[in-house]
Design a protein around this ligand. Structure first.
Ligand code: GTP
Ligand code: MG
Length: 425
């Protein structure tokens, strides 16, 4: 992606226009920021900003020799068109969503991520193409010149819709392969833990801390250090990366996921549906929170993340970066809305990680079961299966019988019940 010399523009209805995040996004996309213009007023339907501000923007562009403008507002196609008429020629106009899509495009390493980005692009394009067609029709009507236009333009719309459908089908089959793999992992006694949270919270750094060496990604050939890369850059992780981890003696799979961000439109989130499947189907979601953020940001980011998660997932809040936090108590109080009290860690330094592992383990769904079986070769095979799939707490031989006590994921206990029933037939 070739970077532009950018002026950041942001309009808010009230309050003050914070630009830290849009600046970080612009930098993540490889742009150079050469100026900034903010305005507090209600939206102007023609330019989004007020007329005076648009004029000031043009002057600023000339003065700084900027080559692009990034709006931290969504521009309607009509507004983008109108602004284009006023600012100097050749200036690229980028709105918040276009910017996020550009970053996604750059970061998409896996086939799944690429499909998801393409899907998001098409969803972004569709209403814009429709609006363009509407405008062109208006112009044509004014000139009273009719013919061919409607049909030709309609094809652009159907073409986009068809491509959306095709990609959704492809993602659907990746999704069902994922579901099958999850079932296999469950059958093998592995619990599924997902790391979710705002972009840059430290999810990938934590995954590296927790992971055993073994990788269990569906795309084995991809470079894991790439996909689970950590960097002080927004949206570093796009696909999902799953690693095996042993937490306090219990075998689990930990999945790192794409970060959340404020103001993501529904169509964009939906494009990443299959990635979020790992979060929806997890036994436990560790919600990683950057505790070093100012309290207002922290609240807003937690709220944003919470809204992206289904209501019925079990959430363990994890306050990260405590190595650079003075007042941990205040951070703790900021996440008191969750059922489980937060864990406090530094993923970089490793502090609190052992305690986090114990907390994860305690929060995983678990069942206890006891079987009394006749002493036979079959039963011994059952015992050895139990050792492989569950936490065997006791095995007592009493001449004729063997009693086995185990604790494991509910799906394993279910399987154990079935196997034991076969044996007692
Ligand atoms: N001081 C401090 N920095 C941390 C800690 N954990 C992560 N970081 C830094 O925070 C930045 C983001 O870390 P990542 O692990 O890439 O964050 P992420 O949540 O995976 O981000 P995305 O993939 O963009 O969603 C990096 O610069 C990390 O070094 C921590 O415990 N303490
Ligand atoms: Mg990451």
């Amino acid at each position: 992606m070739s970077g532009y010399r950018i002026i950041i523009v942001k309009r808010v209805n009230a309050g003050s226009a914070e630009t830290a995040e849009i600046r970080a996004l612009a930098e993540a996309a490889g742009h150079e920021i050469v100026g900034e213009l903010t305005q507090v007023r209600s939206e102007d339907s023609t330019y989004n900003l007020g007329q005076g501000a648009i004029k000031r923007l043009s002057e600023r562009i000339e003065a700084t020799a900027a080559s692009g403008v990034i709006f931290d507002n969504e521009l309607s196609p009509q507004q983008a068109h109108n602004i284009g008429e006023i600012v100097p020629d050749g200036i690229r106009l980028i709105d918040r969503y276009r910017l996020i899509l550009d970053i996604f495009e750059e970061q998409a390493g896996t086939r799944e991520a690429q499909l998801q980005v393409q899907l998001a692009e098409l969803h972004y394009e569709l209403p814009r193409v429709q609006e363009e067609i509407r405008l062109e029709k208006e112009v044509a009507n004014e000139r009273r010149s009719r013919g061919g236009l409607g049909e030709k333009e309609n094809r652009r719309v159907t073409d986009i819709k068809e491509r959306i459908q095709r990609i959704e089908e492809q993602l659907g089959s990746i999704d069902s392969a994922d579901t099958k793999r999850r079932e296999q992992h469950r059958d093998a006694g592995l619990s599924l833990v997902a790391l979710a949270g705002y972009t840059n919270a430290g999810k990938s750094t934590l995954l590296r801390r927790l992971a055993d060496d073994l990788a269990v990604d569906r795309e084995q050939h991809t470079d894991l250090t790439e996909t689970a890369g950590t960097e002080d850059r927004l949206f570093k992780t796009l696909g999902t990366t799953t690693r095996r981890a042993t937490l306090d003696g219990r075998a689990v799979l930990v999945t790192d996921t794409i970060g959340f961000i404020r103001d993501l439109p529904g169509w964009l989130v939906q494009s990443f549906e299959s990635t979020l499947g790992a979060v929806r189907h997890a036994d436990l979601v560790c919600l990683v929170i950057d505790a070093s953020d100012p309290l207002d940001d922290l609240h807003e980011k937690v709220e944003t993340s919470r809204n992206h998660l289904a209501d019925d997932v079990r959430i363990l809040p994890v306050l990260n970066k405590v190595d650079v936090v003075d007042d941990r108590q205040t951070a703790r109080e900021a996440v008191s809305q969750f059922e489980l009290p937060p864990a406090a860690i530094s993923a970089v330094e490793g502090t609190g990680v052992d305690d986090l592992c114990a907390r994860i383990r305690d929060a995983l769904p678990e069942q206890r079961a006891r079987f009394v079986l006749s002493n036979s070769g079959e039963t011994m095979r059952f015992v050895s299966w139990a050792y492989d799939h569950a936490d065997v707490r006791a095995v007592d031989h009493d001449g004729e019988t063997v009693s086995i006590e185990l604790v494991g994921h509910p799906s394993i206990v279910r399987q154990a019940n079935m196997r034991a029933k076969e044996l007692t037939r």
